[in-house]
Design a protein around this ligand. Sequence first.
Ligand code: SF4
Length: 218
Amino acid sequence: MKEHEIHQIIPILRETIKQWPPALVDGMAQTERNPYKILLATILSLRTRDSMTARVVPKLFALADMPGEMVKHSPETIAEVIYPIGFYHNKARQIVEISQILLTEHDGQVPSDLEALLKLPGVGRKTANLVLTACFQKAAICVDIHVHRISNRWGYVQTKTPEKSEFALRDKLPLEYWLQYNALLVTFGQNLCTPISPWCSKCPLTQFCARVGVTKSR
Ligand code: SF4
């Protein structure tokens, strides 16, 4: 794709994804702006299917939905609640540690700057950027596997890792699209530009897409 074509692609994506439900965390962000809940839901969703995360998130928040309540529970108790989510033992420990740090260092609030978020256990750039955009509307680009894969398939970036894609996108994606870019591409990637065998025959972006690395499609 040519760089300026992003201005045609984004409106097409906005229309196309209306037919599908939003990805879990984006859906949460549309209905509530509780940074603590969105942070924990994002951690739970890592390496886990949205359908599984969606079942577990309400159970965790029924147990506790504020740091002061969460620290009353042991990692073992939380692990039982969030099982069978991926890496549930690690995530349970991180949830307690994060809650403790928020209480002692941030007055029980989720910080709204990247450096502070990245110091929290289990929080990488993807999670931190998602919290910044979804909760605080700060200029950031959350790059997960869908954003990385699709941006490369289009030929918009040429990168090997999501982190490198983030920095490449920060150089060329117009600022006006930063907040939305993740939500648009995640939903598009879950439903149409899928990891294996994307639905190119149904895709409204074929005229723009270089289909880099696509060897099999439907
Ligand atoms: S043409 Fe195929 S590879 Fe390109 S965006 Fe559409 S579904 Fe994805």
